[in-house]
Design a protein around this ligand. Structure first.
Ligand code: MN
Length: 151
């Protein structure tokens, strides 16, 4: 359905929303990730931003990446951990996570349950960068980050 013709009210049911299609997180093979889906909840051009819902199955993870645009995240479901820069935190429903420009970030669901979160971004945004081997090595020099990246 055309996003501009969506209903004013769309009901929520089991982490899906009326008129919202559940899509692949990214193009397959574009970047490393595991067991994650994407639903675009709001993307009207007049807003200038988009609100998406991402959900990863137990043990799943998003891509380790960075970019100029920012993310504003609210955890909605489950438990997991996230990396923002050099910081690793556990996250739970309704926690807020700010991801600044050019900051490495990744989300990982715990083994026992899915992790779902809302993510607000600029409508016009740059493409994510993936870390080089040297950048991964630099991140892994921080013990907490190494433990996080090694799952
Ligand atoms: Mn990102």
């Amino acid at each position: 359905m055309d996003i501009e013709q969506q209903s004013l009210f769309r009901a929520f049911r089991e982490y899906r929303w009326d008129e919202v299609t559940c899509q692949p997180y990214k193009e397959e093979g574009a970047a490393p990730f595991k067991a994650i889906s994407r639903q675009v909840l709001f993307a009207e051009p007049q807003l200038g931003c988009e609100l998406r819902y991402f959900e990863m199955a137990a043990g799943g993870y998003s891509t380790l990446e960075r970019h100029e645009h920012m993310h504003a995240v609210m955890i909605l479901r489950g438990h997991g951990r996230c990396l923002v820069g050099q910081a690793v935190r556990t996250v739970k429903p309704f926690d807020l996570v700010s991801i600044p420009s050019w900051t490495w970030h990744q989300f990982r669901a715990t083994e026992g349950e899915p992790l779902g979160f809302l993510c607000m971004v600029n409508a016009l945004r740059d493409r994510p960068q993936l870390p080089t081997e040297q950048e991964v090595a630099a991140l892994k020099a921080i013990p907490a980050v190494a433990a996080f990246l090694e799952g």
